[in-house]
Design a binder for this molecule. Sequence first.
Ligand SMILES: NC(=O)c1ccc[n+]([C@@H]2O[C@H](COP(=O)([O-])OP(=O)(O)OC[C@H]3O[C@@H](n4cnc5c(N)ncnc54)[C@H](OP(=O)(O)O)[C@@H]3O)[C@@H](O)[C@H]2O)c1
Length: 417
Amino acid sequence: MKYRIKEVSERLALPVSTIRHWQSQFPNAIKPLRTVGGQRRYTDADLRTFKEIKVLVYEKKLTISEVRSQLNERPGNGAEVDWSGKTILLTGGTGSFGKHFCKVLLEKHNPKAIRVYSRDELKQFEMRQEFNDDPRLRFFIGDVRDGNRLRRAMEGVDFVVHAAAMKQVPACEYNPLEAVKTNVHGAVNIIDAALDTKVSKVVALSTDKAVNPANLYGATKLCSDKLITQANAYSGDKGTRFACVRYGNVIGSRGSVIPLFKKQRKTGSITITDDRMTRFWICLDDAVKLVLNAFRYMEGGEIFVPRIPSMRITDLAKAIAPECEVKHIGIRPGEKLHEALTGEDEGRHTVAYKGMYVIMPASSWWERRNYIDAKKLPPDFVYTSDNNEDWMSVEELRAIAYPNGIEESAANLKLVS
Ligand SMILES: NC(=O)c1ccc[n+]([C@@H]2O[C@H](COP(=O)([O-])OP(=O)(O)OC[C@H]3O[C@@H](n4cnc5c(N)ncnc54)[C@H](OP(=O)(O)O)[C@@H]3O)[C@@H](O)[C@H]2O)c1
């Protein structure tokens, strides 16, 4: 239904002047449509928002600015998140992503506290030192397999970033039940604890390996994605919203190919599985930006995918170790020639939005307020590392691998060898 301003005024028993005033005060929350002639037509969602404001102003006696900050926190209005004063639980906080997330948040967004949640006390000790004992960082020892501990750690938390995972493909293949316990049961525990403690928003990190999974790591992450996006169905009046972000290899993260090639370079030869192989690449800065954007735009149930460049494995080898002999060792079990960030069955639900692809949930739990200016994609749309329009050159890859120049690194290499 579409309502004229007079109809809204009658339905809510509010003067037209108040409707006009509130609309000017809450441009992110109230978004009437326009007729061809430019007249406003209010939607049911707008009507609900007016009702909400009426209760907050007249019954709860909140000021307009207090109401504004309450509505800004509501999922789906696209307003920038105000992180100051927020308490965040970050599982896997001592990992590559986690540490960078803390760095960006503490430097630029001044949260009240970030609770780093992980198992190994040594990594936490080292991180505490690296961050100069920043009092906004709190360190919680805990395993995502332990639901009670998670529930305690989430008390008083506004947002959860779930980055803890078992992520090494061979380790997951060799210890399948352990991968299921951390990546799948862990996700269930995150959902239960977040609902029980009324956390506002949860964003979980996924991977390209979850699309048409060829290994157990990918399969556990696909399962986790489904659990997280579907968890919105349980949130009811608790209001917790859940979403995922999904991206490809992180440049230089622990256990990734750049440190491997650099190490192999010292021996004079490097190993490549298959010359045709391509991969997506993302830097940690962009991974953190993606998570912050997910918190900003999520309404619940989405998977946010960044538009990132691809690279050929042969170009990476040329960039890191141009003088080395290349040994071909054949594709490893569970490895793919090319990775995908959206699957064939996801194309129908995917839109292009704010420089990202957003995979919408197949079932929608509530009316969408966001994504009004999103671009629909063809139903057969897939985003794979070999059909990408954006490629990284050898020079770009080299600049990332050797920020101080490859010559300087070669000199160090001689010293080492
Ligand atoms: N790196 C990539 O290339 C990449 C690409 C796409 C997606 N991702 C996803 O991004 C997320 C973060 O990856 P990352 O590269 O930062 O990983 P990482 O560097 O290996 O860090 C993993 C973190 O998780 C913690 N952890 C592992 N198992 C845990 C458990 N059972 N309970 C609690 N904490 C646990 C680890 O600390 P403790 O060992 O001390 O517990 C560590 O803090 C993962 O979900 C991964 O799937 C990564």
